[in-house]
Ligand binder design. Structure first.
Ligand code: CO
Length: 280
């Protein structure tokens, strides 16, 4: 069965870190979460004032932060001595688990910085696991070519058998960066049990509704997809670029406290206590 668009979401301007201007798409009043996805921030600016302050050291516990850069460079550093630069087309999938303190700072003083940060929840029994990184630069992300389409496969496996380098068996995420030529048709299967959305990066993408009429997903819009096991897309007049993201819902209680996401308020208080005690 084909998936149709259930709801269209517009992101909300927000400021985070030491003053980074971004658009919060998931984790805002119009879309609190889309289990297992807790947050999606989109950033795109060529004005250094919008990004130069970066994200100085801050903690995380209980979930994963996923940074995908489209343009520019970000330096990442944590309290366990892990350090690296994420460049355009690269992915950093960080499982914070029981806790990490890290900073994410632009590695540039001017020019365009653009990308996404997605937060993926962890099941209760894995929130206190040891931190793990999965990092791949652009060259390590397979590019699948189809007629009129190009797909960068970050995680999950496409119907044509291309497999992304990031592996997360707990939520089985699918994370695809799809470029469509004008009018190109594209279809992909998505596990029926998984929550899924598309996010427009450039141009317009068309998704037909139940009556066969095309619905347009514009740039900077998130379309939540309803149930089904396939999605059919078409590139608009100027072609398009979009993210297709899906994952297995955890269906567990969610307690949020700033940079911590646990199952109960007590666990949030414990996270703050542990952080203050310097035990991260
Ligand atoms: Co962070």
């Amino acid at each position: 069965m084909q998936r149709f668009i259930q709801k269209m979401i517009t992101g909300m301007p927000a400021t985070d870190g030491a003053g980074v201007e971004l658009v919060r798409v998931i984790g805002q009043p119009a879309l609190d979460m889309l289990d297992p996805f807790l947050l999606l921030d989109a950033f795109r600016s060529d004005n250094p004032d919008d990004y130069i302050a970066g994200f100085p050291p801050h903690p995380h516990r209980g979930f994963e932060t996923v940074t995908y850069l489209l343009n520019g460079k970000m330096r990442h550093k944590d309290n366990a001595g892990h350090e690296g630069v994420i460049e355009a087309g690269g992915i950093q999938w960080m499982t914070a688990g029981r806790g990490i303190i890290h900073s994410e700072m632009p590695e540039q003083e001017n020019g365009l910085l653009a990308g996404f940060q997605l937060w993926v929840n962890l099941p209760a029994e894995h929130k206190m696991d040891a931190p793990v990184y999965q990092e791949f630069d652009a060259a390590k992300i397979p590019q699948e070519r189809r007629e009129g389409a190009e797909v960068r496969v970050i995680t999950g496996e496409t119907s044509q058998g291309t497999r992304g380098p990031v592996v997360q068996a707990l939520t089985e995420p699918l994370y695809l960066d799809i470029t469509l030529e004008a009018g190109a048709e594209f279809s992909e299967r998505i596990d029926d049990e998984h929550n899924a959305f598309i996010y427009g990066i450039e141009g317009e993408t068309l998704v037909t509704d139940e009556t066969g009429k095309p619905v347009t997903v514009r740039k900077d819009r998130l379309a939540i997809l309803g149930r089904g096991d396939t999605i059919a897309l078409q590139g608009g007049d100027q072609g398009s670029r979009l993210l297709l993201i899906a994952g297995k819902p955890l269906n567990q209680p969610v307690a949020r406290g700033g940079p911590f996401v646990m199952n109960t308020q007590d666990e949030i208080e414990q996270a703050f206590a542990d952080y203050r005690a310097g035990s991260f």
